[in-house]
Design a protein around this ligand. Sequence first.
Ligand code: ZN
Length: 429
Amino acid sequence: MATIKKYETDVCKCEDYAAVASLLGSEEQCAERSVPHIPGTVLIELDGTIFYPEGGGQPCDLGTIAGIPVVDVFLAKGTETIYHRLQVAADTELPTVGSDVFCKLDWDRRLSHMQLHSAEHLLSGLILRNWHGVNKGFHMGSDYATLDILFPPDGDVKEFSQGMLEQLELDANQIVWENIEVATHFCTSADQAASHPLRKPLAIDEGITVVCIGGGAELYDCCACCGTHVPSTGSIGLIQLLKTENYKGMIRMTFTAGLPAFHNASLRQRITDALCVRYSADIGSLMERISVQEQKNGAVRKELYDLKKDLLREEAECLLSEWLQGTVDGKPLASIGVYRYTRYSADDLQALGHAVEESLPGPVALVSVREHTAILLSPGAPHAGNLVRDYANMYKGRGGGKAKLARAIFERAEDLEMFLDLIEKHLRA
Ligand SMILES: [Zn+2]
């Protein structure tokens, strides 16, 4: 049965009563109508619906029917029947076929879709009129939408300059402030639809809806579209262009509008307020203050790097002098020399390892205590990487390396100690 599309005649109706035409709960019932069955859900068909089914780049409406959450709305393939998928639990009381049910839209979601979709028409119309760019693709997310624009290959314009984007954003918002009618014309044939100055060719030949923003010399857009749109441009509220990027030989423009644009602006406002407090700056001087702070941070990082380099050079001299005396850590040479450091990271110790690797008295482990990591050094035999590969995983360690230098990383300090103990015993044997 064809469902009456109430959203086409009253796009602002967010609550309604409708009669239940059918309920499909079982796999067999769904198979009979060639619609997908999903366990834990029931499909409900109404005589007429305010719920927009997914289509034309616009996601479906959500809300409740008889107090039961609606999780999907779709037009069954090759039919004019709209199904609403209800999320049901064991104790859900389903309405009976023929009864009237109360339907309620998630209005914030619908309004956001209407605002984003109408903004898409407006931007597409302006881009075509100003620069002959053609809208070749449209995608709508929950709080933004994208347009794929193709500029004529033989034209001068290849991409959006900053000036073009600023002009486009201002022009679009000016049309919002003028509160121009967004008219929807239902056409029974392609010929009737083609009597309108359409922006792009028709994809279907009957039951066509043509959406026009303005008219005559002030016609900003005219396009066949089955989605939901605001009744006049003022309801779009605000249009914000977010970014442009190259996409498959076209330019993908990301924008937001209306309620999502308001949330986006509020979030950015809170972030910039917090940054202004953190940097003791007003909005006009914030970027300069951040830049000064970044320069200071860079200088401190450089100083730290130089100091660490000096420290590691001293540590290397210490090791080399000990090894010259034939001792390790003040004691006679064991099967492996273990040095524990609390101050250094594993990366620091790897640099230290490279500084001393040519003068090793035998196998040596440089241990970063805070990272539970050992840098194993060897004159070549035994193979440091093989020692890590063969023994580290016994204590949930990981890592690896080459013959002269390898890294063994552990989750716990005690695992690292047991690993070192095992290596010591293995090398002594
Ligand atoms: Zn549309």
